[in-house]
Design a protein around this ligand. Structure first.
Ligand SMILES: NC(=O)c1ccc[n+]([C@@H]2O[C@H](COP(=O)([O-])OP(=O)(O)OC[C@H]3O[C@@H](n4cnc5c(N)ncnc54)[C@H](OP(=O)(O)O)[C@@H]3O)[C@@H](O)[C@H]2O)c1
Length: 290
């Protein structure tokens, strides 16, 4: 086994790009994928296609998983159980924090260490040190493999709890998908009026670029539990979102998305926060939490 050797299991767009990045850096790369043909170009570049998932795990101490979710992780690792002892499994597959904790336990029972990872960039960002990946799990294991992992992206170690990297990843995705969906929704309304995505682009970009200013302003207030209505009032927000719902319906566009936003705002009114900032909606979200 070489220190500059890695196994990559899962050759979707992410895993294939990771394998290429390791090959670029001179690593010995062993790969395995359920659909073997996805390894063809990597093998042509010098990667070794293992004959089985078990052989891929057996080939190197450092085993990187890039699979759709943890159902796929178990589907693969159950074929490789005999080879797991002594391995460091870096799981860059997306799933919930709880499933990451369970997987860490499952691997520990088989003598393997688990590092949870959450890559924050698409394939085009891999191999770039400005890109970042969240990691969590045993710190000594992470530090021992940090250099190899930083071939993929820079590493942001979040802590020992195996769920933390998955949690930070899901927090980012929570914001990403809802923000992107808000953009698609606005595009649908624009399109109903003959306005193209291209025409809206500078305005959409300006709105999205303004968000960090709002985050910076409200963050210390939220952490201090302050939701003063001195800058914005929830009652104003309700009226504003109601206008969006009606503008959407008037355009003949599905209003489910702004309708859900309006529902949350109205629950804030019902709870008595009308004169407070819309940030009091954090209390509405938390109300029914465990
Ligand atoms: N793509 C992105 O932009 C991006 C960005 C950040 C994070 N991520 C995360 O990174 C992970 C990988 O992303 P991706 O885009 O490469 O994912 P993907 O297209 O879903 O491919 C993942 C791999 O999972 C394998 N797989 C799925 N189910 C399986 C099963 N039951 N048994 C064995 N193998 C199975 C697929 O094998 P086959 O080839 O045989 O189908 C494929 O190699 C995901 O968790 C994703 O959420 C993706």
């Amino acid at each position: 086994m070489s220190a500059q050797a890695v196994t990559i299991i899962g050759l979707g767009p992410m895993g294939r790009t990771m394998a290429n990045v390791y090959l670029d850096r001179g690593y010995q790369v062993t790969v395995w994928n359920r659909t073997a043909s996805r390894a063809d170009e990597l093998v042509a570049r010098g990667a070794v296609l293992a004959a089985s998932a078990e052989a891929a795990v057996a080939a190197n101490e450092l085993v990187i998983l890039s699979l759709t979710d943890y159902d796929a992780v178990y589907a693969v690792l159950e074929q490789a159980e005999a080879a797991l002892a002594g391995r460091v499994v870096v799981n860059l597959s997306s799933d919930t924090p709880e499933r990451a904790r369970q997987a860490a336990g499952w691997l520990a029972e088989r003598g393997a260490q688990h590092l949870t990872g959450g890559v924050q960039v698409p394939p085009s960002g891999l191999g770039n040190p400005e890109s970042e990946t969240f990691y969590s799990g045993p710190k000594d294991v992470f530090e021992a493999h940090r250099e190899a992992l930083e071939v993929i992206t820079s590493a942001d170690y979040r802590g020992e709890d195996p769920g933390l990297a998955a949690l930070f990843y899901q927090l980012q995705m929570d914001m990403f998908w809802t923000s992107m969906l808000s953009w698609l929704h606005a595009l649908a309304v624009a399109d109903a009026h003959g306005i193209s995505a291209e025409e809206l682009l500078p305005y959409a970009s300006r709105t999205m670029a303004s968000l960090p200013g709002f985050l910076g302003f409200y963050t210390p207030r939220i952490d201090a539990g302050e939701h003063a209505g001195d800058v914005d009032r929830l009652a104003m927000g309700v009226a504003s979102v109601d206008h969006i719902v009606h503008t959407t319906r008037d355009a003949g566009v599905d209003a489910t998305f702004p309708g859900a936003v309006l529902d949350v705002f109205q629950r804030g009114l019902t709870d008595g926060y009308g004169a407070d900032s819309f940030t009091s909606l954090t209390k509405v979200f938390r109300k029914n939490a465990r």
